[in-house]
Design a protein around this ligand. Structure first.
Ligand SMILES: [Fe+2]
Ligand SMILES: [Fe+2]
Ligand SMILES: [Fe+2]
Length: 408
């Protein structure tokens, strides 16, 4: 399951970052592909660290309403605090990923520019890491391909010529120019639309070595926590929600005497239970007030999308049934499958209770947090209808003992 952790998880993580209201924009995938185009033949990225860092270069952007590709202007990027800080947040996150620690510095400097006009530090010339400059160039090529009218390959080559000594060094330009001479710019043509990026990516990643790392369950959990931060960053009222759900679900499962491997699976699914929300427009998630019928239909889709995303990642396949069924009700009135009672996977029933506990005890866009007493009342009321009564009994025991140190 953990044989190829980064090659399996990081493309998925970067897709989650790139989910937009209109669909996926494949920004990270294209920046990684262009980085590979620049470094592949010359052996500059023997251990794959540049490729995988490129894949996560904008991981620090979550929580900003719009993706950074919607801020093409450098001065606006520098004046927007959440944008200006994204390289530093990204570096902090990536530092934790096994095998990618060195890539954190490339990410920190991926918006520095050779002439010193970049950010966050305004570094200049060869003070900027070479590999960060590779990602800088790849990032700009992605933005160029989004312009309308779209420049052709010669237009991209011309842009790169014009930017040497400004955005990046002569040496970086030479690397671009060598790659371009080798294939006449054909690779750029092959990835100039989102759909094309999708198909090229799965072939290219097979040729990229995975950075050497000690792969363990802890490593997987580190990456799942990053997933949960991005999912929760999607809207304002859910800071650390998924991490708390994972913790509550873990403790409930443990108190029920479930075996260790299954408990871990339940905890890991807790991190991802809202995964599908990344595909739901923010105007619905953040709506201060009741949702219309149509909006409910859209929001209900998230359960199935959660399943689909988890199921498409080898390392997460086992979790998909739990993640996808966390909105089912004990009495069969939930979604997406209308499953009933024991037909709902046990882990999903536990996550449903953990999710409700945290939802009730947190402020939401349409109401304030409930008191602990009120939340306990609601859980009791939901027993047999929304929730598995046995799980509610265990959860109440933990709540009464104040295991999670919740405010009364
Ligand atoms: Fe960026
Ligand atoms: Fe970017
Ligand atoms: Fe949730």
């Amino acid at each position: 399951m953990l044989k190829c952790l980064l090659c399996d998880m990081l493309p998925a993580l970067s897709l989650v970052i790139d989910y937009q209201e209109k669909g996926n924009i494949y920004h990270a995938w294209r920046v990684a592909l262009v980085s590979r185009y620049l470094t592949g033949a010359s052996g500059l990225d023997k251990n794959g660290v540049i490729f995988y860092s490129a894949l996560l270069h904008d991981v620090g952007i979550f929580g900003v309403g719009e993706h950074i590709i919607n801020y093409p202007d450098l001065s606006i990027q520098k004046e927007t605090p959440a944008i200006k800080i994204h390289p530093a947040i990204g570096a902090d996150i990536v530092k934790e990923i096994p095998g990618l620690a060195r890539g954190a510095d490339f990410i920190l400097e991926h918006h520095e520019r050779y002439d010193g006009s970049g950010y966050p530090q305004g570094k200049k010339e060869n003070k900027i890491l070479f590999n960060a400059q590779i990602i800088r160039l790849a990032d700009s090529i992605d933005l160029l391909m989004r312009r309308r009218p779209k420049p052709d390959k010669e237009g991209i080559a011309q842009y790169c010529r014009e930017q040497k000594g400004k955005e990046f060094s002569q040496k970086i330009y030479d690397i671009f120019s060598d790659a371009y001479k080798r294939d006449g710019g054909e690779f750029l043509l092959a990835i100039d639309e989102d759909e094309k990026v999708k198909s090229v990516f799965s072939g290219v990643i097979k040729s990229v070595p995975e950075p050497k790392a000690n792969i363990s369950w802890d490593s997987l959990e580190t990456i799942l926590k990053i997933f949960s931060r991005i999912i929760d960053g999607k809207h304002h009222y859910t800071h650390q929600h998924s991490q708390r759900v994972a913790l509550y679900a873990h403790d409930i499962a443990e108190a029920m005497g479930i075996d260790k491997i299954e408990v871990r699976k339940i905890k890991f699914s807790g991190y991802l239970h809202d995964l599908g929300k990344v595909a739901i427009p923010n105007y619905i998630l953040d709506k201060p007030g009741p949702l219309s019928g149509e909006e409910w239909k859209i929001i209900k889709r998230h359960a199935f999308i959660s399943y689909e995303i988890a199921d498409s990642v080898e390392a997460l396949k086992d979790l998909a049934p739990l993640v996808g069924a966390a909105q089912e009700f004990w009495d069969g009135m939930g979604y997406p499958g209308g499953l009933k009672g024991q037909d709902i996977p046990l882990g999903a029933r536990i996550i449903a209770v953990a999710d409700a506990i945290d939802a009730m005890l947190s402020d939401r866009s349409y109401r304030k947090a409930l008191s602990l007493e009120k939340a306990i009342d609601e859980l009791k009321k939901g027993s047999w209808s929304q929730f598995d009564p046995l799980i509610i009994r265990v959860a109440l025991r933990l709540l009464y003992s104040n295991k999670w140190r919740l405010k009364k």
